[in-house]
Design a protein around this ligand. Sequence first.
Ligand code: NDP
Ligand code: GDR
Length: 336
Amino acid sequence: MKTALITGVTGQDGSYLAEHLLDLGYKVVAMMRRSATPSTERLSNCLDRIEIVNGDLIDQSSLMRILAEHKPDEIYNLAAQSFVHSSFHEPIHTGEVTGLGVIRLLEAVRLVVPEARFYQASSSEMFGKVHEVPQKEDTPFHPRSPYGVAKVYGHWATVNYRESYDMYACSGILFNHESPRRGLEFVTRKISDAVAGIVFGEQDKLALGNLDAKRDWGFAGDYIKAMHLMLQQDEAKDYVVATNETHSIREFCTIAFERVGLEYEDFVVIDPRFYRPAEVELLLGDATKAREELGWEPEVDFRGLVEMMVDSDLQRRLDRRLTVQKGSLPGAMAAS
Ligand code: NDP
Ligand code: GDR
């Protein structure tokens, strides 16, 4: 049985990847940092089947200890301060975790388990102010945020360890991918959750920033499969993972509100607080290499993704209401 170590396992991708690797028969070692409030909600489907270990990308010794104790065959480095907007407010912390954290882990791998296969979660944010459309593996980087800058560092650190030490280290340049498990601060989930909140009478407006930015959005459940495939090849390489379609935030809003029979113009207000000092206006990926060499294909299309997220946020509220109602029934009835 192969052992996989996942950092960032409490996040969106970590939870889908843990489930996928368990289905494939892996032992999953899940690295989490200590938190005053437990953050294992996304892992409810697999919490009893993974081994949790405490570690932090800021703490080199914790990384060395985990690798020495568990000797993973595959390491998926998904941990990061991943919110672009926050990276403007916490640029140094973002650099520490999202940038330097990668080289801390690579160095630990080199010293403790050099034969292990390593995946780095690189990002389309590295393309930033894009130099060509669509973006592919050899498109020059031009990051537009402290997050993007830190990801470029982590990306080149991964390439450098592969070239310097002959390590099996891959970098997946993933374009935006979303799901019902997406954090509420990211625009897609903010919209789907607000649509559900409006339907349930919990809010009457949705404040957003730039509606004209365009993203190549896919489904996280599809994208984590590409991560695994990258570590099963004869040779370690870097791959763009994307849908080859781009849509604006406005289009996302249109479909999300349409799903419940509403028009976004009646609810969305523009709030300059959500604008960024420098914006990434257009991302569109060319995933031809991943399709041809990994045999990877996305299964969920844009409309399917938006509707899945809205439906899930509606269902979540419905479930919450039913639970509250059940709780208010006399004991025997509530238990039935
Ligand atoms: P999330 O923000 O949902 O998850 C980030 C994870 O990193 C959380 O588990 C968080 O733990 C953990 N983390 C943060 N800081 C540290 C630290 N110092 N030490 C250890 N763990 C830490 O991100 P996603 O799941 O969306 O993304 C996964 C990775 O892929 C990230 O690296 C992201 O930058 C990258 N990426 C994401 C894309 C996307 O569209 N989703 C696209 C391209 C790249 P905690 O719960 O404790 O906060
Ligand atoms: P992004 O995702 O920055 O692409 O990074 P996000 O959803 O935060 O922003 C996408 C676009 O929407 C615009 N926008 C808003 N964004 C947020 N969060 N909130 C708003 O109210 C809002 N209004 C408009 C933004 O300006 C931006 O143009 C995500 C993260 O997952 C990164 O970790 C990952 O690397 C990249 O995707 C690929």
